[in-house]
Design a protein around this ligand. Sequence first.
Ligand SMILES: *Cc1c(COP(=O)(O)O)cnc(C)c1O
Length: 361
Amino acid sequence: MIPIAKPLLDEMEIDAVSNVLRSGMIAEGAQVAKFEAAFANYIGVEHAVAVNSGTAALHAALLAHRIGAGDEVITTSFSFIATANSILFTGAKPVFADIEADTFNIDSNDILNKITSKTKALMPVHLYGHPAEMKAIMEIAEDRNLVVIEDACQAHGASYGGKKVGSFGTGGFSFYPTKNMTTSEGGMITTNDKAVADRAKMVRSHGSKQRYLHEMVGYNLRMTDISAAIGLVQLDKLNDFTSKRQKNAKVLSDGLRDIDGITIPVIRNDCEHVFHQYTIRVEKRDELATILNDSGIGTGTYYPIPIHKQPIYKELGYDDKLPECEKAAMESLSLPVHPGVSNNDLNEIIENVKNGVEKID
Ligand SMILES: *Cc1c(COP(=O)(O)O)cnc(C)c1O
């Protein structure tokens, strides 16, 4: 089976973890501080705050910007549930804009339709590793004085206009094992605003700056030094991982471009796509997925049910019509593109997609 995702770990991560375990200092400490500095430098921001998941990063970023009950945050329904749930956690209301058919990212034109007097923030997602349309999004935010929180959980190192995502507004990253780099579980907030970083640190640890003095209701969202030690090694490898993903994507696109009935991923001008996923569109998606899975090729369907159609969101009264989002949910199919995919694997994937498409035609 060619898996759809696979973390690449070797003796370097094992040694790094062993060293932390031998030191006896295993909670948040020196490794976390070192990882934060290295990640901030990599993204090109002043501050990075490490937490224990991508979900926690988004949650803490929203709270750091004082978003809460009575506020609305415009985001996309074509994402992992954690994007919108992080908004619900704060008491604010997620409001969904539709997506662009080609990049699967939030449609800035539809953002304009969804703005109300309660709108406080925009939360674009750089889905599959392709940057959202940040020029338009930042212009809207500046015009209306809105906060921008970027869900960059799938987009470590992706850039727009030469600038890395997570540095336009406040960024939230995930280091879950299937992501472009991992710390096992883990996340990071990135920002150029010291006040936001300081408040995110308070949210991370029981609302306190000074031990046993609590200024707000915070949580325990801390990352461990064990995770940070893995993260430091993985960050060093990230550029190599990314080039391999991009090379794999190019081979897939060259092999699949001329097949009728399939739409290959786009890369917009001025964008660097880091291919967290390589996602095609095909009408008979489920049929093709079954054929590929039966021939030993892992596939992913991200996401089969948009967030606004999830049972819990229906229960909350969501009844949106988001035609592009709903269509994408039926047609998108991700193929293995991660750095563990070999040239032989790529040929096998291309052959099987070709044959599969003929069969379902
Ligand atoms: C993975 C992911 C998250 C959540 O990250 P966790 O580390 O799993 O909590 C949020 N948003 C998107 C788009 C993701 O892909």
